[in-house]
Ligand binder design. Structure first.
Ligand SMILES: [Zn+2]
Length: 390
């Protein structure tokens, strides 16, 4: 399946700039069986650039696959570093827009951690919508109810003062249609505040973060392309900012009549982003070659190498280097990951405590933000490996 139009602006002027030939189509489905894990299909990722709106997306993305209803594990709340970050972000948002005693809808709420938190912190009423929601995975909260479905037009009847959507837009192929549906649901209620969080493609391009490119993400937004999408679908950008070592891009917006002309200072032009894709193409081979050399060196020295940080980043990383055969284990702090097999790769997730006995020589940390937290846990177990952070 090859897309011929930009899903963000519908133009035809698109071109591929980077291809990953064989990527597992799933990252986070929960598979308990090795054979089943390695049988997950692999497909091409074609990173494409739209010359009209600067949107970056997988032009080979298969929209017919079911990604989320067969068990999906993406909870991050087991890390104290993450909990501190998300609590700070939520509190700032609540204070800024006086989100207190209000009705909040979260589209793509996962297991419900964020909608529970924002309802708790601001004494709000919440509705979480997500096909991958699992009953019983968060404490009963009388303020919050969940709808285990994909977000669609029919949810437009739900009225809210605030619509939040974290780490969901990057999974949506038809970004324009998605934003249009949200805009329609708001109708003429211009007091509604919108709050989105997504990974930023700018960092991926600048440091060639190939581990952040994987099949489940069809959409890769920058401040510029996100701002243009919001304006084109009837919103005004109130603010934008980057957090978490510039990995996550936040946007706060409100619905307007007509088209807003407010451009945020963080937004880059289509030309600037295109230059960054060229830089990425120049540098990525060097980056991949140097990692391969490093991993082959570890293998030649019989080093025990593990990855810390399951989920999509480890899938993105192993898609490039599983063939080296030096990484035998992937650690994750989320206890619900333990025992699952990585789709398409077949390595089984282990709990951190496993390393006390295994005594790895090298730990590759999939997100440098967690280096301190992980370093302390390793020291606590009496192991002192070489730590390499992405
Ligand atoms: Zn476009």
């Amino acid at each position: 399946m090859k897309h011929t139009h930009c899903p963000n602006c519908r133009h035809e002027d698109i071109e591929d700039f980077f291809v990953i030939p064989q990527a597992p189509v799933h990252s986070l489905v929960t598979i308990k069986d090795y054979e089943e894990a390695i049988a997950i299909p692999k497909k091409e990722i074609s990173m494409a650039f739209c010359n009209h709106c600067g949107f970056i997306f997988n032009s080979s993305f298969d929209t017919s696959l079911d990604y989320y209803t067969q068990g999906y594990e993406d909870q991050q709340g087991f890390s104290p570093t993450f909990v501190k970050f998300i609590t700070g972000v939520s509190q700032r948002f609540i204070d800024r827009y006086d989100v207190k005693g209000k009705e909040v809808i979260e589209i793509g709420c996962g297991k419900g951690d964020f909608i529970n938190l924002i309802s708790e912190l601001g004494d709000n009423k919440g509705i979480g919508i997500d096909p991958a929601w699992v009953p019983g995975r968060s404490a009963e909260n009388p303020r919050v109810r969940f709808i285990k479905e994909f977000y669609s037009e029919k949810h437009g009847e739900l009225k809210a003062d605030c619509i939040v959507c974290r780490h969901t837009l990057e999974h949506i192929h038809d970004t324009y249609g998605f934003m249009e549906t949200i805009r329609k649901s708001i109708s003429d209620n211009e007091k509604v505040v919108i709050f989105f969080e997504i990974p930023s493609i700018v960092r991926i391009l600048k440091i060639q973060a190939f581990w952040d490119i994987f099949y489940e993400h069809s959409t890769y937004m920058s401040p510029g392309s996100l701002g243009r999408l919001f304006r084109d679908t009837g919103f005004e950008v109130l603010d934008m900012y980057l957090e978490y070592d510039d990995q996550y891009l936040f946007i706060e917006a409100k619905p307007v009549e007509g088209k807003s002309d407010k451009i945020h200072p963080l937004e880059e032009s289509v030309e600037e982003l295109k230059e960054l894709t060229k830089y990425f193409v120049e540098q990525i081979k060097i980056q991949l070659d140097s990692w391969r050399e490093k991993l082959e060196g570890f293998k030649a020295e019989n080093k025990k190498v593990v990855i810390w940080g399951g989920g999509s980043k480890s899938v993105g990383f192993l898609t490039q280097f599983h063939d080296v055969g030096v990484i035998k284990h992937v650690v994750d702090i989320n206890p619900h990951m333990s025992g699952n097999y990585i789709p398409g790769v077949g390595i089984q997730y282990v709990v951190p405590e496993f390393l006390a006995e295994y005594k790895p020589d090298v730990v590759i940390v999939m997100n440098s933000v967690y280096m301190d937290e992980i370093g302390k846990m390793l020291n606590g177990m009496g192991v002192d490996p070489l730590m390499l952070g992405l």
